[in-house]
Design a protein around this ligand. Structure first.
Ligand code: 13P
Ligand code: ZN
Length: 264
């Protein structure tokens, strides 16, 4: 029945498409990375009321802004290269309970959601509570961007943002709010979730020190493109360094010129 819903299947098809990009980019070693997409608006009332396939699971806090919402989430331990081939074998649809305190898996198989689910849902809940129609949390492990977080000077949001913006005009245009930084926390923990939410007050992209990148937004392809653009900037930076010189970067004037030209 779920598979008869063309719009829902198209959205899950986009999850598969992006999972394929993450793998071919080299950002998704083994089970690295995870994706959650809010699909509530694509489901009929009947589909939203599907019976649970496994016992309900308590959430770390009340998800006030997500009551009754449905998400497609990649499974824990699942490989992006296989999500690309078969999203329903490597992910599941979950429904938040009407009181916002539990989730249950409703389709298509009882595949256990990503270990970062508490983080993802807390972020969906936070961004939605600010009035934005946020639908996506995308977490991945781009080699070049993680590499930057091993350099202490890049663990400064302003410096990191300025460095990447200055490599190519598109970077400031596509990531106008710059980059937030979260110092190292154990993956999958609420400490990581809380620190990330703090950064989401100002940014849509957050670097997790020595671990990975996370982007929120309304559209999964846009979230992927945001991270891809940052990765391009990092590659330009590293290419120059590998050629033996510090890249000059765009000047302040050149960067400021983009603000009016592109209504940033
Ligand atoms: P999962 O396989 O549980 O999604 O974990 C992957 C990951 O990248 C954790 O940060
Ligand atoms: Zn990770």
């Amino acid at each position: 029945m779920i598979r008869d819903n063309k719009e829902l299947m198209a959205e899950i098809g986009r999850v598969a498409e992006v999972a394929g990009y993450l793998w071919t980019k080299g950002w998704a070693e083994r089970n690295g990375g995870n994706i959650s997409v809010n699909v509530t608006h694509l489901m009929t009332d009947e589909e939203k009321a599907l019976p649970a396939l496994a016992a309900r699971v308590q959430l770390p806090a009340e998800m006030d802004a997500l009551k009754g919402h449905v998400f497609f989430v990649t499974g824990t331990g699942k490989r992006m290269r296989y999500v690309a081939q078969n999203p329903f074998e490597n992910g599941s649809l979950i429904r938040i309970s009407p009181d916002g305190l539990f989730y249950e898996i409703i389709a298509e198989k009882p595949t256990q959601p990503t270990s970062e689910l508490p983080s993802h849902l807390s972020m969906h809940n936070y961004v939605r509570s600010t009035g934005r129609d946020n639908r996506v949390v995308l977490h991945t492990h781009p080699t070049d961007l993680i590499g930057l977080t091993h350099g202490p000077k890049f663990l400064n949001s302003e410096y990191l943002t300025r460095t990447l913006w200055a490599m190519i005009p598109e970077c400031r245009i596509i990531v106008p709010k710059g980059i937030g930084i979260v110092r190292y926390e154990i993956p999958g923990t609420m400490d990581l979730a809380r620190a990330t939410i703090k950064q989401l007050e100002k940014h849509d992209v957050v670097f997790w020190e020595k671990h990975g990148i996370l982007a929120v937004g309304e559209d999964l392809i846009e979230c992927f493109d945001t991270i891809d653009t940052l990765s391009k900037s990092a590659q330009i930076y590293f290419s120059a360094r590998m050629a033996g010189f510090e890249p000059e970067g765009m000047t302040d004037e050149q960067l400021d010129g983009l603000v009016d030209a592109f209504n940033l």
